[in-house]
Design a protein around this ligand. Structure first.
Ligand SMILES: Nc1ncnc2c1ncn2[C@@H]1O[C@H](COP(=O)(O)OP(=O)(O)O)[C@@H](O)[C@H]1O
Ligand SMILES: [Mg+2]
Length: 244
């Protein structure tokens, strides 16, 4: 099967600093968690896939098509959705307005489900209860649901999620984990950037660790969660903190 996303030899500089130093990563459907400590380049990689940052070298192929050099709007139109770090919802727009503005009625849907505003309310009934609320009057968890919904109504076949569990209560975290399961079941591929190993390993079977701009380790989550040395070397945590 052709990979959904195939990244090879990607280098990115930001303000003269060499941030990504030859990233190789492949995703063939389902969900892959990109993990690693703060400042390692996870958001830089997500932004580069989306065309928001320029790669000086390498290749990023989505369904076999090269993305490097393409504008963000064209990359989005090809079927990649972004749930950005920090959610980025607007103060002056209501829940309903966010979703209606992002909705792409003519997008050919590549996943199994066609996502419109009503479908998002079925996935997150809580958002329907907040339909007339303005963005920043929502709780952190509700803002995350809205950020996911806003990406879904563009009908992506690949969703890039940058730290979706950041700032969520434990209950909200479980709600978002459950939603991610429904998305992969509906045929959407996920690349999930996470610092929470609980969230990452609940959503993804596979992981890749980004360390100072390169992928240093990848494999299956059960093996990682058993590997105390790996966890402390790359994640800076002891096994006792890995609650499942
Ligand atoms: N706007 C920026 N300009 C220059 N350097 C940046 C910018 N944003 C982040 N960086 C640097 O890029 C590196 C990777 O950051 P980032 O991709 O945000 O890491 P992560 O998402 O893994 O925490 C860090 O060293 C950070 O200081
Ligand atoms: Mg980040």
């Amino acid at each position: 099967m052709e990979p959904v996303l195939e990244i090879s030899g990607v280098h990115v500089y930001r303000q003269g600093s060499h941030i990504l130093k030859g990233v190789d990563l492949s995703l063939s459907g389902g969900s892959l968690a990109l993990i690693g400590r703060n400042g390692m380049g996870k958001t830089t990689l997500i932004s580069t896939i989306m065309g928001l940052l320029r790669s000086s070298e390498g290749s990023i192929r989505f369904m076999g098509q090269e993305l490097i050099g393409k504008k963000p709007c064209l990359i989005a139109r090809k079927g990649i959705g972004l749930v950005p770090q920090g959610k980025r919802v607007f103060r002056s727009l209501t829940v309903d307005e966010h979703l209606k503005l992002a909705f792409e009625p003519k997008r050919k849907h590549q996943a199994d489900i066609y996502w419109n505003v009503e479908r998002v309310y079925e996935l997150f009934p809580r958002l329907k209860e907040r339909i007339r609320q303005e963005g920043t009057r929502l709780s952190g968890g509700e803002q995350q649901m809205l950020a996911i919904g806003r990406a879904l109504v563009t009908n992506p076949s690949l969703l890039l999620m940058d730290e979706p569990s950041e700032g969520l209560s434990p209950i909200m975290m479980e709600t978002v984990i459950e939603a991610c399961h429904r998305l992969t079941a509906a045929g959407i591929s996920l690349l999930v950037v996470e610092q929470s190993l609980h969230f990452a390993s609940s959503v993804s079977d596979r992981y890749a660790i980004l360390m100072t701009g390169a992928i240093v380790q990848q494999g299956e989550f059960p093996d990682l969660l058993r590997d105390r040395q790996l966890l402390s070397a790359y994640m800076g945590i002891s096994n006792t903190r890995v609650a499942r």
